[in-house]
Every structure is written in structure tokens, then in C-alpha cells.
Design a protein around this ligand. Structure first.
Ligand SMILES: C[S@@+](CC[C@H](N)C(=O)[O-])C[C@H]1O[C@@H](n2cnc3c(N)ncnc32)[C@H](O)[C@@H]1O
Ligand code: SF4
Length: 381
């Protein structure tokens, strides 16, 4: 089923017990404003309802930051409020990004409706975890995955690869460990050094923290091989699932160009399409204090709202859709934006072996995937 007309809700909980040195998400140490933020998020839902009209939610995703720092009763209030404000389709996905340190609360998650957990394992090597600045051991991460599997239907784990010192054989072993845990979904992320983070500053001083791009490409290919042999399919650049039921509905909605409400500090949202009454792009105030003030003064947390031009909407839809193994739905891009792709450039990319096209879809080949967004950008006139 295509999710291009579905509606998801993303709730950003920005607090983390400790800020990891590689992370450039919108994250903060808790400073006592958590209760006020929770109330602001609940008020923001009512503000958003006026803009979305009556539509039911296909998915609700708690991201962060570390939403597993929220109490189960706070999660219950948020899920119940989403149900009252919009309502859910049958069998919605209600997912949460969990830090292994918080695994003691997983047991209560199903009782409030959470049915999917993605656990931030990052590595099965305690030395690597220490170098990545994580505050849990490998054994604690494994125990957390096991608790998650007992608690909810779908469990995914996040791994970071291509850190300096990691061998290809070690990475293959980590992937096998992930498979042996019996999870249905694995998200392997290549370590990226982001400017402004602690790792970014160390890299500027000459510290080698990540592997060179050529080595990282070998890791990418090895990921497909190991997970493929275990019956997983890469359905998106960084996401592998054992079967369709294990895929993340909420993330697929982003890649397939659906609508989503973005609530919480710094959250982004998208609603509509150029061919309807335009596609709006929203961004909530980034800092928790500003977000709380924004909701109090305007009734919702959105600080910036723009209607995307057809060109900009096409760029987004092409970049997102090309990430999918199933490929970009060309008719849908034309239907939503009134625009096509650069046909001459598409033929050139096909000749170079970077894309493949059938009647309705355009997809990246393995060679194309290794070139990242460069190939997809070339398709935009
Ligand atoms: C927003 S975090 C939320 C997960 C949770 N807070 C945790 O850390 O366990 C989502 C995932 O992004 C990945 N990630 C964050 N920064 C990254 C970076 N610079 N390079 C690669 N992966 C990164 C990590 O795997 C992390 O689990
Ligand atoms: S990786 Fe997770 S725990 Fe670490 S700072 Fe980022 S969001 Fe917080």
C-alpha cells in the first residue's frame, strides 16, 4: 500500500541524559522544563488540528533526543491525546526511539499502545561504544534488545559503522550478532562527522574518527551481503527488514511523500501537494524554551511556515523517493507537482549504470547508491 496520501505524527522529545559526541540532532540536557514542554506538546496538537482538518493518523513516532526518558504515563497522555485529536487508522504504527539505558520501562510500553521500538545499540563492542561516547555497555544493549522483543511486536536496532579502527570482518560479525538476536529490522548508519559536534571539532584538529569514503563503500556492500544472506532486504539506503511487516510505516511515509505533522522543538512537518492547494513545509521553534513560548503565544509550535514551489516540492520528492529500493514513483511526482525529471540526464545516468527504469519507477543501482544524493540531484532539471 502506498503511503503517499497517509498522515503521520512525529513528536520530538529533545532531551538526552548525555549528548553523544557525534550527534547533531536537536538535543539538550534536561534543565527542569520537561513538564512545561510536555504540556506545550499537548497544546500544539490542538493547534495543528485546525490546519490538518479531520484526518486519521497512520503512524505516531516518538523521536529525539531520547523519548524513552519520558515516563510511561506521559507517553500515555500523548498517545491518548493524538487519538482524541485525530484518531488512528486500524492497526496504526506507534513507534519510539529508545536508548538501551531506559530498558526497564519497555515492559509497560505495549499497555499504552506502543508497538514498535528502535533501540540505539550502535555497536556490540564496548570499546567502540566508549569511543562513541555512549553511556551503556554492549551487554546492556543486548539485554535491552531482548527486553524490547518481549515487550512489543516490532523491534529494530540502530548500528553505527565505519568508525576508525573498525575492520570489515568486525562489522560483518556485528551484523551477524544483530541477526542472531532475532530482530526484524536493522538500521545501519555510516558514521558521519558533523561540524559543530564534539567529533567535528576533534576531526578539525586532525583526529581520525571515521573511515575514508572508499573503505566505507566496502562496508556498505558487505552490509547488503550479510543481511541479505540472513533474509533481510534493504528497502531504503539505511534500512533493512526481514519482511514487509517489519518495515517502518512512519519512515516509509516520509520517503513515499506522505503528509506528516511535526510537533516538539525543531520538528519539521509537511502537508498537501502543489496539485492540491500547495505543499506546506513547517518547522517548530528549535530551543525548548522558545518552543514553549511559541505555543503559549500563537497556539502552535510552528515558527516557520512556507508553501513550497512546485520545483522545491519535486526536489524533495525525488530525493526522498530515490532512497527507496522500490524506487521513485514517477507518475506520482508528476501528479503531485505537475513536473517531470530531466529525461536526458536520466538516460545518461542509466547508460553510466547508476539508475534503472521500468514502466513506472526509477531506482538507483548499487553503484548509484554508493554515489549518494549526487545521482538523484542530477535528475532534477
Ligand atoms: C536521533 S538518534 C535517537 C536514538 C537514541 N537517542 C539513541 O541514541 O539511542 C537516531 C540514530 O541516529 C544515529 N546517528 C546519530 N548521529 C549519527 C552520526 N553522526 N553518524 C551516524 N549515525 C548517527 C544513531 O544510530 C542513532 O541511534
Ligand atoms: S545519539 Fe541519541 S542519545 Fe546520543 S545525543 Fe543523539 S539523540 Fe541523544
Amino acid at each position: 500500500m502506498s503511503l503517499s496520501r497517509a498522515l503521520g505524527l512525529y513528536i520530538h522529545w529533545p532531551y538526552c541524559a548525555r549528548i553523544c559526541p557525534y550527534c547533531d540532532f536537536n538535543v539538550y540536557r534536561p534543565k527542569g522544563a520537561e513538564d512545561a514542554l510536555l504540556e506545550a506538546i499537548l497544546d500544539d496538537m490542538r493547534g495543528w488540528r485546525e490546519r490538518t482538518g479531520a484526518r486519521r493518523l497512520t503512524s505516531l513516532h516518538f523521536g529525539g533526543g531520547t523519548p524513552s526518558l519520558l515516563s510511561v504515563s506521559a507517553l500515555q497522555r500523548l498517545i491518548d491525546a493524538a487519538g482524541r485529536v485525530w484518531g488512528f487508522v486500524d492497526n496504526p504504527e506507534i513507534g519510539l526511539e529508545a536508548n538501551p539505558n531506559d530498558s526497564v520501562v519497555f515492559v509497560d510500553y505495549a499497555s499504552v499502545g506502543i508497538n514498535r521500538l528502535s533501540v540505539g545499540v550502535q555497536s556490540f563492542d564496548s570499546g567502540a561504544l566508549e569511543r562513541l561516547g555512549r553511556d551503556h555497555s554492549a551487554a546492556e544493549a543486548v539485554a535491552a534488545v531482548e527486553l524490547a522483543q518481549r515487550a512489543v511486536d516490532q523491534v529494530s536496532l540502530d548500528l553505527i559503522y565505519a568508525w576508525h579502527g573498525q575492520s570489515l570482518e568486525y562489522w560483518q560479525g556485528e551484523l551477524r550478532q544483530a541477526v542472531e538476536l532475532g530482530v526484524g529490522h536493522v538500521s545501519p548508519y555510516q558514521l558521519t562527522i558533523e561540524s559543530g559536534t564534539a567529533f567535528g571539532k576533534r576531526a578539525e584538529r586532525g583526529d581520525r574518527l571515521a573511515l575514508e569514503p572508499d573503505d566505507a563503500a566496502d562496508f556498505y556492500s558487505a552490509t547488503d551481503e550479510v543481511l541479505g544472506q540472513a533474509g533481510f532486504q534493504r528497502y531504503e539506503i539505511s534500512n533493512h527488514a526481514r519482511n514487509e511487516a517489519a518495515q517502518s510505516t512512519h519512515n516509509r511515509l516520509y520517503w513515499e511523500g506522505g503528509d506528516w505533522i511535526g510537533i516538539g522543538p525543531g520538528a519539521h512537518g509537511r502537508l498537501g501537494a502543489h496539485s492540491q492547494s500547495g505543499r506546506i513545509a513547517t518547522e517548530a521553534a528549535r530551543r525548548p524554551g522558545d518552543y514553549i513560548d511559541q505555543v503559549a503565544t500563537t497556539g502552535w509550535g510552528v515558527r516557520s511556515l512556507e508553501t513550497l514551489s512546485a520545483d522545491d516540492e519535486r526536489t524533495e520528492r525525488v530525493l526522498m523517493g530515490m532512497r527507496l529500493a522500490a524506487g521513485l514513483d514517477l507518475a506520482q511526482v508528476a501528479d503531485f507537482t505537475g513536473l517531470g525529471i530531466d529525461e536526458a540526464e536520466c538516460r545518461r545516468m542509466a547508460e553510466l549504470g547508476y539508475v534503472e527504469r521500468d514502466q513506472t519507477r526509477l531506482k538507483l543501482t548499487r553503484e548509484g547508491q554508493l554515489l549518494g544524493d549526487g545521482v538523484s540531484m542530477a535528475l532534477i532539471p
